[in-house]
Design a protein around this ligand. Structure first.
Ligand code: SF4
Ligand code: SF4
Length: 403
């Protein structure tokens, strides 16, 4: 694609990056077929090719409007288009650059600013989020139905976390919402890895990975969260005490793996960020194989977009589950997003709910006893409407499952 970027962006690092991405796009439209929002809305501007065009025009200096921003807000950043694109266009990165520019040049209505500000303030702070969740649960009977549905049910207890006793150690990301919604996930991961001779440890004070604020278009605040997390992890990395950084939520994992890239213009943090990214692993990448057992039930695995399109990990979790004796139910259209996508389920409710309904129909079509996933956001989103229990896949491998 020919480009002629405007002077204000042409000689910046982001301008150069965007231009290189845009030049790869041949406008073929293959990506449109696998875009969930194009499937729902049928408008080219609500598909990747149209959004790429809008971003290109903005970078070339064309006027942008609330309408331009809306088409980008409706994008889930699921990156299914990246998996489909034959030219290797990095849509996700281009969307980050385009969104920052369009955010700067438009003004959101007050209500939108307030709810985005509230999400950005509360969600990444684990203690605030835990408090908000407790209050929400206490007031649940009084809340309107749409709000009730957004409040996850009482968390299952985490269960015992094995004391560090092995020479092999890995850090695990605690995260911001996961400790309140499902403390059982990291505890189960710690037990599964302990049985494999690896001690899993959480760094004190290590919280949000930064993805939430970054994708709310508060990109500098998101980068500050990344820097804060790096500071918490760095002593463990520098001392050589840990061999990897494990992330049990694939939505956070994809961001941590991209720290090196997202902080490369920061001379103070770029080397540390690159080192952190090189150590980051999705949990499925550090569990070699589960002991084979028979007849543990029928499971439908929902492969989160951040796992299959973002981290390009496909088939690993399925292999671990079937190795552990679970029968995998076939899932139609498994490349399509469930509609969770961070805060998308709050900010784009109608599209998100429609995508959830379609995803649950596909997941439950072959009568599974349970749905497994790899990301806390997808888990909470699907659990609200699923007819069967929804768990993180590692909970199905756990020798002492939480109740
Ligand atoms: S992003 Fe890729 S698939 Fe989509 S229009 Fe451009 S080249 Fe084609
Ligand atoms: S990231 Fe997902 S929703 Fe956004 S344009 Fe690509 S396929 Fe469509």
């Amino acid at each position: 694609m020919q480009t002629s970027l405007a002077q204000f962006v042409r000689d910046t690092a982001e301008g150069r990056e965007a231009e290189a991405i845009l030049r790869k796009c041949v406008h073929c439209g293959f990506c449109t077929a696998t875009c969930p929002t194009y499937q729902l809305l049928g408008d080219d501007l609500d598909g990747p090719r149209g959004r790429i065009y809008l971003i290109k025009r903005a970078l070339e200096g064309a006027a942008v409007s609330d309408r331009t921003r809306l088409h980008l807000d409706r994008c889930l950043t699921c990156r299914a288009c990246e998996s489909t694109c034959p030219s290797g266009v990095r849509y996700g990165r281009l969307a980050d650059i385009g969104r920052a520019l369009i955010e700067e040049r438009t003004s959101r209505p007050p209500w939108d600013r307030i709810r985005r500000g509230a999400l950005s303030f509360v969600v990444p702070r684990a203690a605030f989020f835990a408090l908000a969740l407790r209050v929400g649960r206490a007031l649940r009977p009084l809340l309107p139905r749409f709000l009730k549905e957004s409040i996850p049910p009482q968390a299952r207890a985490g269960g015992p976390w094995p004391a560090p006793r092995h020479a092999r150690k890995m850090l695990v990301l605690a995260g911001c919402v996961q400790p309140s919604i499902a403390p059982s996930i990291n505890a189960a991961a710690a037990r599964v890895l302990d049985a494999l001779g690896i001690s899993l440890i959480e760094a004190p004070g290590a919280g949000c990975c930064g993805t939430l604020r970054f994708h709310l278009n508060r990109q500098e605040a998101g980068r500050n969260d990344m820097r804060a997390l790096i500071d918490r992890w760095w002593p463990f990395v520098q001392s050589g005490e840990v061999e990897a950084i494990v992330v049990t939520a694939s939505g956070c994992g994809v961001t941590v793996k991209e720290y090196g890239e997202l902080l490369r213009e920061d001379p103070q943090y770029r080397d540390k960020a690159a080192r952190i990214s090189s150590l980051a692993r999705d949990l499925s990448e550090v569990i070699p194989a589960a002991p084979t057992r028979r007849g543990r039930g029928r499971v439908a695995f929902q492969s989160p977009c951040s796992l299959q399109h973002g981290q390009k990990i496909r088939g690993r979790v399925e292999a671990l589950l079937s190795g552990a004796g679970y029968e995998l139910a076939a899932v139609r259209d498994e490349h399509l997003c469930c509609g969770s996508a961070g805060t998308y389920s709050i900010l784009q409710r109608e599209l998100s709910h429609e995508l959830r309904q379609r995803k649950l129909a596909a997941l439950q079509e072959n009568a599974p006893q349970m749905i497994a996933t790899a990301n806390i956001g997808c888990l909470a989103h699907l659990e609200a409407k699923a007819a069967v229990p929804v768990r993180h896949w590692v909970e199905l491998l756990d020798p002492e499952p939480a109740r």
